[in-house]
Design a protein around this ligand. Structure first.
Ligand SMILES: Nc1nc2c(ncn2[C@@H]2O[C@H](COP(=O)(O)OP(=O)(O)OP(=O)(O)O)[C@@H](O)[C@H]2O)c(=O)[nH]1
Ligand SMILES: [Mg+2]
Length: 334
């Protein structure tokens, strides 16, 4: 995709310029009235890609900045234009929906940072919340919830492992007792960690397990749950009833790489159960992060730590505006 901005006194003239320069296939992706009069119109055009162009490239910010300089000199654009064009390109490549993209770009231009990366960090910092999960005694049991296969059990094991490695005592409870292998999958980790693993299928059993866990006098209680379908009212009611026991902190485990609209809707539903935290999973096997940004936006969720590998030993990465920016700015071809 190639992006270019055009300036003209009227929209009609700007459209004509787009047509003459980029041809009939150009798509208008943004318009803005300039402070000093006239309009600015940003247009995009697909470039023919070789099949190998679709492979990911390593991040090379210096090269990106070089490109930005070229824009500056060739087109006489100012810094703000370079930032808008660069960020628009990055966000489009990640399939970020228009309203979130507009919000990020307006914030990035308002902060007046000199380069696209700094502007993106500032915008992401302003728009989204970032709260790593506690690595200390936490009075609320942490319950990992999310769609089937999202990575809840692996995330539970990673959280348990990092707590134990930091000298904290944990008890793990699983409510995924019906599915074959559900308990065994967790047990293989809790045994190594020498952490008690309790089972609770129903709300009543969970109440009992929580009382038992408190008797262990631990720093954290982690609860792994069975996969739940956000669009199935029965599944959601069951989870809501478990959470209604009180004082439980639900954390949504959300796989990266999903369709943005779908991820946003899923996040919004889980947020109604009280989730305020989102633990992104599968960062290593996703190339587009529009789904995660839309989920954070729709659900009003803060980014917690993320899972970036299928190995418990690799642990979790705290998500910060800087890390999110680096992930977004890694080259992703459309
Ligand atoms: N590469 C990679 N694989 C992951 C990651 N997180 C989870 N997985 C894999 O995804 C699969 C499902 O992970 P689980 O932790 O079992 O997911 P779950 O949400 O507990 O699944 P259910 O209990 O069946 O709903 C497993 O094969 C995990 O190894 C990740 O961050 N990166
Ligand atoms: Mg599981």
């Amino acid at each position: 995709m190639r992006l270019k901005s055009f300036y003209a006194d009227t929209m009609k003239e700007a459209m004509q310029l787009v047509k003459e320069t980029l041809g009939e296939d150009a798509v208008i992706i943004g318009t803005r009235e300039e402070k000093g009069g006239g309009v600015r119109l940003t247009a995009a055009i697909e470039q023919q890609l070789d099949v190998y162009d679709d492979l990911p490239e390593p991040m090379n910010l210096e090269e990106d900045e070089g490109d930005a300089e070229d824009w500056l000199h060739e087109d006489g654009n100012d810094e703000e234009d370079v930032i808008v064009e660069h960020l628009t390109d990055v966000l489009l490549r990640h399939g970020v929906p228009e309203d979130v993209m507009d919000h990020i770009i307006s914030c990035a231009t308002v902060v007046g940072a000199g380069d696209p990366k700094t502007a993106m960090i500032a915008a992401l910092e302003h728009i989204f919340g970032y709260r790593p999960l506690p690595l200390k005694a936490y009075k609320k049991p942490i319950m990992l919830i999310g769609p089937p296969g999202a990575g809840k059990t692996l995330a539970t094991a990673k959280l348990a492992a990092r707590n134990v490695m930091n000298g904290l005592k944990v008890v793990v409870i699983t409510t995924d007792t019906v599915r074959a292998g559900g308990v065994e999958q967790l047990e293989s980790f809790t045994k190594i960690l020498k952490a008690p693993l309790l089972e609770a299928e129903t709300r009543e059993e969970l109440k009992v397990a929580l009382l038992e866990a408190e008797n262990y006098n631990v720093d954290q209680i982690l609860i792994d749950t069975a996969g739940m379908n956000p669009f199935d009212p029965d599944d959601m009611k069951r989870t809501a009833k478990m959470l209604a026991i009180g004082n439980i902190e639900p954390v949504l485990v959300m796989p990266a790489g999903g369709d943005a609209a779908e991820s946003g809707e899923v996040a919004r539903i889980f947020a109604t159960l009280g989730a305020k935290w989102m633990l992104p999973s599968r960062l290593d096997i996703a190339r587009r992060l529009g789904g995660l940004l839309e989920a954070a936006h729709q659900g009003g969720l803060s980014f917690a730590d993320a899972s970036h590998s299928p190995k418990v030993a690799d642990g979790l990465l705290p998500i910060t505006p800087e890390r999110l920016t680096n992930l977004l700015m890694q080259s992703v071809k459309r």
